[in-house]
Design a protein around this ligand. Structure first.
Ligand code: MLT
Length: 266
């Protein structure tokens, strides 16, 4: 299993599959690189697909300094790109992964060739949203990751998919339940304190694809429309009958959109 030491023995896990133009896909909360299993399967025959686990999520180590923010996650990813000798890349993120892409665009725009924003939004948390993060962090500490997974699952997949494809529901639930509690609490703090990225939209000067599930209630299509309207030339794809984890729920539609976008980027 490929890992890479970010600092002082703290290792980041990543998958690096396929050959061709590289694309980095950043997972959301409370997920891991497993989120992109359907994309690795579909894209790795023509592209080099790099899917890391963020610090303290998936199989990556928990940092001893306990530091979590969108900027820190972004800098971890740039350190990984340096380690892999990749100077420019297309980067995609789902939800919190999208917030990290915004941080990358602010901090390292010269490294980014194209942008893919999936089921995400530009705005910061409201006060109510921050209170919800604190409540979830308390729940994570008291009851563990499995309890958080139960809360998040109905947001990730539509009811129909959860009923008709129990194996897919189990896949998502297991991925979330495996997140270290430190990683959950750290990510919730990073989510609550993330900046508003609305002003970042106009700074994105590279080709951009925006994807959203039509049934996403966490980051609904109205948010994706705002993102697409704010980025010059951005293309918006609404995936029908998909909730927040649209790439898992409707992989064929999402992969088709991704391949068409990556092909155009060349
Ligand atoms: C995610 O999927 O990364 C989170 O749900 C994002 C959020 O809650 O803002």
């Amino acid at each position: 299993m490929p890992t890479f030491d970010i600092v002082d023995g703290m290792a980041l896990f990543y998958n690096d599959e396929g050959q061709g133009e590289p694309v980095l896909l950043v997972h959301g909360f409370p997920l891991s690189s497993e989120l992109y299993k359907p994309q690795r399967a579909a894209l790795a025959h023509r592209y080099r697909v790099i899917t890391p686990d963020l610090r303290a999520m998936g199989r990556s180590d928990v940092p001893t300094d306990g530091v979590y923010s969108m900027d820190v996650y972004a800098d971890d990813l740039v350190a990984l790109l340096d380690h892999l000798g990749i100077s420019m890349i297309t980067v995609g993120g789902l939800s919190m992964g999208g917030y990290i892409v915004f941080a990358l665009m602010r901090r390292h725009p010269e490294r980014i060739k194209g942008v893919i924003l999936m089921d995400t939004k530009a705005g910061a948390d409201t006060e109510e949203g921050r209170a919800g993060r604190r409540k979830m962090a308390e729940q994570a500490r008291a009851e563990g990751a499995a309890a958080v997974a139960e809360v998040m699952l109905p947001k990730m997949l539509t009811e129909r998919t959860r009923t008709e494809q129990p194996e897919l529901a189990a896949f998502m639930r297991d991925m979330m339940a495996a997140t270290p509690v430190e990683g959950l609490v750290g990510a919730l703090d990073a989510l609550a304190n993330r900046p508003d990225s609305t002003d970042t939209l106009a700074q994105i000067q590279v080709p951009t694809l925006v994807i959203v599930g039509s049934e996403d209630t966490l980051t609904p299509p109205s948010e994706a429309e705002k993102i697409a309207a704010g980025i010059r030339g951005a293309q918006l794809v609404v995936v029908e009958n998909a909730a927040h984890a649209a790439n898992v729920e409707r992989p064929d539609q999402v992969n088709e959109a991704l391949e068409a976008f990556l092909d155009r980027l060349g």
